[in-house]
Design a protein around this ligand. Structure first.
Ligand code: AMP
Ligand code: ZN
Length: 113
């Protein structure tokens, strides 16, 4: 499949791995928007949040379980962080493999732009 994140998961495109388990892969974003910017993806290819359904929604729990571990590992769990999913054109999604941004290491403004 011609998918950037599937290739990263398969190791065909290099990435800086932060976390991996049976269901989830996480790596440093190539263009970090905060001191900590990790991209967390399910190994299963889903295009976007629109593809979450009754059958596969447990995968999203796996993502957040991984996020909780990563936050502790990277030392941002106490100060806090933000997890963002961009969905579709208006959401700002540029890679068509569902992913969650973990941003931390600085105070983040709200609302987003
Ligand atoms: P989004 O704009 O929400 O679709 O997020 C895609 C993210 O993937 C962006 O933050 C990019 O900087 C990041 N990205 C694109 N290519 C790579 C890559 N080869 N390695 C790591 N992160 C990447
Ligand atoms: Zn993919």
């Amino acid at each position: 499949m011609d998918c950037l994140f599937c290739k990263i998961i398969a190791g065909e495109i290099p990435s800086t791995k932060v976390y991996e388990d049976e269901f989830v892969y996480a790596f440093n974003d190539i263009a970090p928007q905060a001191p900590i910017h990790v991209v967390i993806v399910p190994k299963e290819h889903l295009q976007s949040a629109n593809d979450i359904n009754e059958e596969n929604c447990a995968l999203i729990g796996k993502i957040f379980n991984a996020a909780s571990k990563i936050a502790k590992e990277l030392g941002i769990s106490e100060n806090g962080y933000r997890i963002v999913n961009n969905c579709g054109a208006d959401g700002g999604q540029t890679v068509g493999h569902i992913h969650f941004h973990m941003l931390g290491g600085r105070s983040l403004a709200w609302p987003p732009g």
